[in-house]
Every structure is written in C-alpha cells, then in structure tokens.
Design a protein. Structure first.
Length: 221
C-alpha cells in the first residue's frame, strides 16, 4: 500500500471514529470538565476515548454489573462512564497508585453524583488486589494501568471474576506498537498480555478496534 493510500485510510478511520463519537458517545459537562482538569493539572491525558467509555458502559450494563473492578483510575473518566451503568445498589471499586490522581477522581465522581457507588482506593494494585474478594464476586474487571503488570493482573482477575464475568483491558493495540519488535517494557507487557489472553483456556476473548483497542474476554468454565 502506498503512503498516500495509507494516509487516506487513516483519514477514513479518524472520520468514522468522529462519526461514532458524535452520535453514540457524546460527553456531558462533567466529562468535558474532567478532560480539561487533567490538562490543567498537567496529568497525563491517557484516559480512554469517549467511544471506548461508551462501550465500557454498555458492557457493564449488559453484564448486569453489580460489582465492577477497575485497575487504574487516573482522573476517573472511565469510572464515571462505567459507574453510570451499574445495576441497582451496584458498586465500582477503582484502584489508583497516585494519590493526586485519586483526589481528582473522587472530586469528579462526586460531581457526577456517583460517590455512593464508586470507591476510589489508593495503593499499588499488586498489593490491593489479593485483599479483594471473595473469589468469583465481580461481574467485570477493567484493566487500564501499567502495561507491564497486565499479565499478573489477569491472574487476579480470574480469581475475582464470576463464571461468565467480563475481563476488559484498554490499549491492546498500543498505538500499533504490538506489531513491532518491542523495545520497551510497556510494549512487551501488552504483547505478552495479548498472547496470554489468546491462549488462556479460562477466557474466551478478542480485541475490538475501538479507541486504542479494547480487549474483551468472558470467563468460561
């Protein structure tokens, strides 16, 4: 494919992405303000796209999500999308390493009216995850933290998810770097996660071409 053809394909994909976002994934004032707050605080602007947020919301709703776990909060953008889809008396637990990110997330979770249903906890997920339970008590686990830790997080997710529960993970495409020879730990982490997901007999999964690639898997057996 020529460079000009590649550029044309990229433009088409971007236009289709905007088409979906404008019709199915419009942000409300809280989400728009949150994205601006991330910029104002100098925090990394690595939250999921609005189309990914909308898909997460629909998947949580389809699962009947009463208990949802998120690994990696940042400013609470994806937590708000998912929190709005929780079943009656549902609870979303979100784990965040950086206290500054957690503080911003709690603020915007409150602005979204979700303080009673979204719990942001501060700490290293590697230490917090083993304390969660009981086994099989979560409907959905969403990974969006350090990519080097994804494979390890899958093992905890398998323990925590009920049969038929959903494992979701952002950045499965890693901006296309999954196709290249890895030169950094994050890329190696995503590549290892994708390979693990493809081979893990307890999960039936795939990657959806939404945002930066959303891995979606069902716990089977």
């Amino acid at each position: 494919m020529t460079d000009r053809a590649c550029e044309g394909e990229d433009e088409l994909i971007a236009a289709l992405q905007r088409y979906v976002e404008e019709r199915f994934a419009q942000e409300d004032d809280v989400l728009v303000a949150l994205r601006q707050a991330l910029k104002d605080h100098g925090f990394p602007e690595i939250q999921v796209s609005s189309s990914t947020g909308r898909l997460l919301q629909l998947l949580v709703a389809a699962s009947g999500g009463r208990r949802v776990l998120e690994v990696g909060t940042l400013g609470g953008y994806s937590a708000i999308w998912m929190g709005r889809a929780l079943a009656r008396n549902g609870r979303l637990t979100s784990l965040e390493l950086d206290p500054r990110h957690a503080e911003l997330a709690r603020d915007f979770v409150a602005r979204a009216g979700l303080s009673e249903s979204v719990d942001v906890r501060v700490g290293d997920a590697r230490e917090l995850l083993p304390r969660l339970g009981p086994d099989g008590s979560f409907d959905v686990v969403f990974l969006d933290a350090d990519k080097e830790g994804y494979v390890g997080y899958v093992q905890e997710a398998l323990r925590l998810l009920r049969p038929g529960g959903l494992l979701l993970a952002d950045n499965a495409f890693w901006s296309g770097r999954v196709l290249e020879e890895a030169e950094d730990d994050a890329t190696r982490g995503i590549q290892a996660f994708n390979e693990h997901l493809a081979r893990e007999s307890r999960l039936a999964g795939t990657v959806l071409p939404v945002g930066d690639g959303l891995a979606v898997a069902v716990k089977v057996g």
